[in-house]
Design a protein around this ligand. Sequence first.
Ligand SMILES: NC(=O)c1ccc[n+]([C@@H]2O[C@H](COP(=O)([O-])OP(=O)(O)OC[C@H]3O[C@@H](n4cnc5c(N)ncnc54)[C@H](O)[C@@H]3O)[C@@H](O)[C@H]2O)c1
Length: 265
Amino acid sequence: MILHPVVEGEHTMSRRFEDKVAVVTGAGGGIGRALALGIAAEGAAVACLDISADDAATTAAAARDFGVGAVAQTCDVAVESELVAAVERVDRELGPIDVLLANAGGSRSESVPFLELTMDRWQTMVDRNLTSAFVSCLVVGRHMAEHGGGAIVVVSSQLGEVVRKHMAHYCAAKGGVKQLIRAAAVDLIGHGIRVNGIAPGPTMTPGTRELFERPEVAEANRRFIPLGRIAESHELVGGALYLASEAAAFAVGTTLVIDGGYTIV
Ligand SMILES: NC(=O)c1ccc[n+]([C@@H]2O[C@H](COP(=O)([O-])OP(=O)(O)OC[C@H]3O[C@@H](n4cnc5c(N)ncnc54)[C@H](O)[C@@H]3O)[C@@H](O)[C@H]2O)c1
């Protein structure tokens, strides 16, 4: 079943992104799908990029229910040539890109003691999270610079702010994402592009469901997250769309932590 963030989250409907074109990476599931449907609900035409063709197509079809244009594009966003081809298609079919929601990534709940990490595991995690964010900002940033600017929101993690045992590869990649957001922001603001990020806390998604449904993990989350629970994907949409919107015109290089209080205790 597809969760429509507008329905599930009872957002106030507005059309802040009418006539805008948005690209969402990792739009096939979880947080990316919620972001794609959230911005479509507010009027944007949306390009749904994912390594899974079927999942990208499912999100794009749901986005069209909001009366906007939508394309699904199979794409590994860590590979520059694939993203360049995707951006050319989006420009051709939907128009110049105004908003990038660079969400692709995830830990796949891979917990490995530091001394057991291999170069392969390290590289895969860094590519999936940091390289994908870099390539997204690079390729879409070049496109936006040619077309007068835009807004980029990169999805980091609470584990870009604090660390957890046995997740050095993910924590390092997401810590890198936080600095990428800042560094890209100062370079791109002169091109009319605002770069910001969100750092979600633990969120129920296809990528995390198996872990978060384990009784001991569910209990730990209840006890240690001040709010007493993990998030649903739609709860991240409001913060991301705020940063992508004109209401955030003065926000540059910031990462908005949305984590139920995880990082403050
Ligand atoms: N779920 C959480 O608890 C949580 C917490 C903090 C941060 N995040 C971050 O939020 C983002 C989304 O996480 P999620 O839990 O929704 O993940 P998920 O695994 O449920 O979904 C990720 C989607 O991205 C796609 N994807 C992965 N790599 C890709 C690539 N290189 N190119 C294109 N598509 C790709 C996958 O196919 C999938 O559809 C990630 O960046 C993750 O690190 C998640």
